[in-house]
Design a protein around this ligand. Structure first.
Ligand SMILES: Nc1ncnc2c1ncn2[C@@H]1O[C@H](COP(=O)(O)OP(=O)(O)OP(=O)(O)O)[C@@H](O)[C@H]1O
Ligand SMILES: [Mg+2]
Length: 345
């Protein structure tokens, strides 16, 4: 059984202007020990979809339709108390700004111990031993000394390490990291990503890693889900999404990656995402898509199967669709994969 299964998830927000259709039919699963990256531009619904998994939507938001199965149990049917038990237990979340998750007035050792005591049912002494182990695991030196310090005595990157230690203290099966490195500088980002990879190997926790930046996921994710305007437009293994992408939106994201800027022409996808008060009826990306077919404007494309692990929602994949020439960067990536097995780690 998958650790987590999201089925036809629809999430809306009630606002004065009307209903915002933030998530519009999302399906994916997360297996044990796997890292799934969710990528997409700002507003595509990455945070909303994962907040629903944690049961922490804003008060005007609600799951309109669909199921979120955690080890087979549908958490959309959970009571408040059941959700509270699950949060920080089966599922833990790390946010972009570590200070939002840390209590500035409490020593970090105590903050790590709290979750351990609550979710692992151990004594204070045992919790302290575990907390120090966790500080070591997340790469904090002098853990006994650091245990007694307050959040303000740590740098941003170290605070994020502490937040990760707190999350792990609850022994989660699923760890959701919502842009955990965006607020950090590039070197620290790389260290945190390395740390998360390492922790995953050691603990087998399933990770959902959210980011704007397709470049970041290349090295961390087993699979990548590309989200646009509240829907998944493409999902596959990292190799499939990098080297054999099928949806023009994914092409746009690949072409916008600074590291892909071989010819010095940094691309940015023209136009802006649709207003989710009035989602369009076809592929929401069609108005920004130079390869869009008439049908893309009119009818929502289904997820066409590319391989047993790779799916994309574009009418370009219909057997009767015209064959189009993808952008040069995509052609280059496809060629690099068939000749050298690609450039990813
Ligand atoms: N409380 C709310 N009320 C109304 N609309 C909301 C609310 N929260 C989120 N939304 C809308 O839901 C959509 C998805 O937002 P979400 O925060 O999931 O985007 P995101 O992909 O995480 O973007 P970013 O990369 O900027 O974090 C957006 O259109 C946003 O405006
Ligand atoms: Mg977000």
């Amino acid at each position: 059984m998958a650790l987590l299964e999201v089925k036809d998830l629809h999430i809306s927000f009630k606002t004065n202007a009307g209903e915002v259709h933030a998530v519009r039919g999302v399906n994916f699963e997360l297996n044990k020990g796997e890292t799934l990256a969710i990528v997409g531009e700002s507003g595509s619904g990455k945070s909303v979809a994962t907040r629903a998994i944690m049961g922490i939507l804003a008060s005007n938001g609600y799951v309109k339709h669909g199921e979120i199965l955690v080890e087979g149990k549908d958490i959309t049917k959970f009571s408040k108390t059941e959700l509270e038990d699950m949060r920080g237990g089966e599922i833990a979340m790390i946010f972009q700004d570590p200070m939002t998750s840390l209590n500035p007035t409490m020593k970090i050792g105590k903050q790590i111990m709290e979750g351990i005591i609550k979710h692992q049912k151990v004594s204070k002494e045992e919790a302290k031993v575990k907390a120090i182990e966790l500080l070591t695991l997340v790469g904090i030196t002098d853990p006994e000394l650091r245990f007694e310090q307050y959040p303000h005595q740590f740098s941003g990157g170290m605070r994020q390490r502490i937040v990760i230690a707190i999350a792990l203290g609850c022994n989660p099966k699923v760890l959701i990291a919502d842009e955990p490195t965006t607020a950090l500088d590039v070197t620290i980002q790389a260290q945190i990503l390395e740390l998360m990879k390492d922790i995953q190997k050691k603990t087998g926790v399933g990770v959902i890693f959210i980011t704007h930046d397709l470049g970041v996921v290349a090295n961390v994710a087993d699979r990548v889900a590309v989200m646009y305007a509240g829907r998944l437009v493409e999902i596959g293994t990292s190799n499939e999404v990098f080297y054999n992408s099928q949806h023009p939106y994914t092409w746009g994201l690949l072409a916008s990656m600074p590291s892909m800027d071989a010819e010095g022409e940094l691309f940015s996808i023209p136009g802006t995402p649709p207003n989710l008060l009035f989602p369009p009826k076809g592929d929401a990306f069609a108005p920004r898509n130079q390869w869009a077919l008439q049908l893309d404007f009119e009818q929502q494309p289904p997820m066409f199967q590319v391989s047993s692990t790779h799916f994309a929602a574009t009418w370009l994949l219909h057997p009767a669709a015209p064959k189009v020439q993808p952008p040069a960067i995509v052609v280059r990536l496809r060629e690099s994969f068939s000749s050298e097995g690609g450039v990813l780690d």
